[in-house]
Design a protein around this ligand. Structure first.
Ligand SMILES: NC(=O)c1ccc[n+]([C@@H]2O[C@H](COP(=O)([O-])OP(=O)(O)OC[C@H]3O[C@@H](n4cnc5c(N)ncnc54)[C@H](O)[C@@H]3O)[C@@H](O)[C@H]2O)c1
Length: 471
């Protein structure tokens, strides 16, 4: 008996040693990931003492939100302009490397009849702005490399932060945002504007009300030929980043809205992904001409498939290089219905799934074709999200990608003013941003599956669905 047990113990140890050596032989390991149970697993550091989850976090109400803007190139000034249309906001500081960008935004304030803000010019000037004790929110619209260092500095100095997309460029940076937000109890929201677009938010509402039955598959994309724009980025940061980085480096516009529809980390979670990309033709050609590059890491077209805890698949695509119409896809395939935004907008509805009275009298549904425009319009009106009911008209007047940018800024300020949890939390920022490095890692290993870290550290099932709070 004793001998038998000894034999079993030795055999188990041998299997363990062999498994370990297989793992090493696979050659699949990196600074912060290893090969485990058939997939690549990134380290998931445990929560440090003194940190608490930010799920459902609400700060004390801030009746007048005092804001500092950092990064005033192509994107930043639009945000400054939108904020001049929001009640209960004071713009305290404007920061950029270039004096002319700061001056341009000071002029906007002047034209809006608002007081001059503090000017901060230079690569480290953001620190002085973050150190001010009369600022509540730092709004970051710099290149991707500077998002996290600035956000961390701001949170460490007691400021809430809003960060342009993607919030972070690596898994490590995602954890830094989560840990710093949890430790400092400051909001960290990524500015994913597409969540608030009119079709997307209405579809999210429909999905949450069960119009499509069970959602099984979703698609999103950032397909936007940037050939006319490459020369517009400060110091060529974007082409330079893409030249060095493989994978879906700009996933959040396509991914964020579908994650909201699928209630990710509010009763559902992202389990793992696989990624495959094409070779680089146009990216390399551009970088060769502009930078003298002989290599280009980012494939011209990158496709990533993500599996969720509830058995759904999400496909995301990235292509900023080839001549094609702009496309974010936004597609939901449900057991009882279908929604699609790009390139052709339409729905497939089935009997009994829409609220009573939505289908106009005499109209019929076709389960293998798009619903008529008449039905589509009626459904869009019937399921308009309460946030759009409240702010759509003003948003369309102020503008910003047709109004969705204003809805986003308005909601951020509304929640801060009223002491409510924000629509997008730091875990959304991490989950949507981490796709960059995870997809690159999969592509680098012949499309091996890569586990998506659980940035909530086991709390993904604690909230019951996405909720946009109102007072
Ligand atoms: N959500 C959207 O629809 C959308 C659209 C466009 C851009 N963006 C995002 O906005 C961000 C900015 O993009 P862009 O097109 O305006 O780029 P840009 O190059 O035009 O502007 C970036 C600005 O940041 C400034 N900057 C860089 N480092 C700085 C620092 N240390 N301190 C202060 N300022 C600094 C630069 O001087 C520049 O003016 C990016 O994250 C991008 O992905 C989002």
């Amino acid at each position: 008996m004793k001998l038998n047990r000894l034999f079993i113990l030795c055999a188990a140890m041998l299997v363990g040693v062999l498994a370990q050596s297989c793992c090493c032989d696979s050659g699949i390991s990196g600074e912060n990931y290893k090969f485990e149970d058939g997939m690549i697993v990134f380290d998931e550091p445990s929560r440090a003492a003194g940190q608490e989850s930010m799920l459902g976090f609400a700060a004390d109400p801030i009746p007048v939100v005092r804001v500092g803007f950092i990064g005033l190139g192509q994107r930043g000034p639009g945000a400054v302009n939108r904020f001049t249309h929001i009640e209960g906001v004071e713009i305290k500081g404007l920061c950029d490397i270039e004096q002319s960008n700061v001056d341009k935004c000071q002029n906007m304030l002047k034209n809006a009849g608002m007081p001059e803000a503090g000017s901060y010019v230079g690569p480290e000037a953001y620190k002085e702005l973050c150190e001010r004790d009369d600022v509540d929110l730092i709004y970051i619209a710099t290149d991707w490399i500077h998002h996290v260092p600035i956000a961390l500095y701001a949170m460490e100095h007691g400021k809430h932060v809003a960060i342009e997309v993607p919030a972070a460029i690596s898994v490590e940076e995602c954890w830094q945002l989560v840990d710093t937000s949890e430790r400092t109890r400051r909001h960290c929201m990524m500015l994913e504007n597409c969540v608030y677009d009119f079709f997307e938010l209405t579809c999210m509402n429909m999905a949450h009300q069960g119009v499509f039955g069970e959602i099984l598959h979703a698609e999103g994309a950032y397909i936007h030929n940037l050939s006319d724009f490459w020369d517009s980025y400060h110091s060529n940061w974007r082409l330079d980043f893409n030249q060095k980085h493989r994978g879906d480096v700009y996933a959040t516009h396509g991914f964020g809205p579908v994650c909201m529809a699928l209630n990710i980390h509010r009763g559902n979670k992202l389990n793992y992904l696989v990624c495959m990309d094409t070779k680089s033709v146009n990216g390399l050609e551009k970088a060769a001409a502009k930078m003298g590059s002989t290599e280009f890491a980012n494939g011209d077209h990158t496709s990533t498939l993500v599996k969720t805890e509830l058995g759904q698949t999400i496909e995301i695509q990235h292509n900023v290089y080839t001549p094609r119409p702009y496309n974010r896809l936004y597609q939901l395939t449900g057991s009882k219905g279908f929604a699609n935004k790009y390139p052709v907008t339409g729905f497939t509805f089935t009997e009994g799934m829409l609220k009573e009275g939505v289908i106009p009298e005499g109209a019929t549904l076709n389960p293998h074709g798009f619903a008529s425009k008449e039905i589509e319009e009626a459904a869009m009106a019937a399921y308009k999200h309460p946030i759009h009911q409240e702010i759509e008209e003003k948003a369309k007047t102020v503008g910003g990608h047709g109004g969705m940018d204003f809805v986003m800024d308005y909601r951020l300020i509304y929640c801060l003013q009223n002491g409510l949890p924000l629509d997008q939390d730091v875990y959304d920022a991490a989950e949507w941003s981490c796709i960059g490095e995870l997809s690159a890692t999969s592509a680098n290993h012949n499309s091996m599956p890569v586990k998506v870290p659980d940035f909530t550290r086991g709390d993904w099932n604690k909230l019951d669905g996405v909720k946009f709070y109102t007072k």
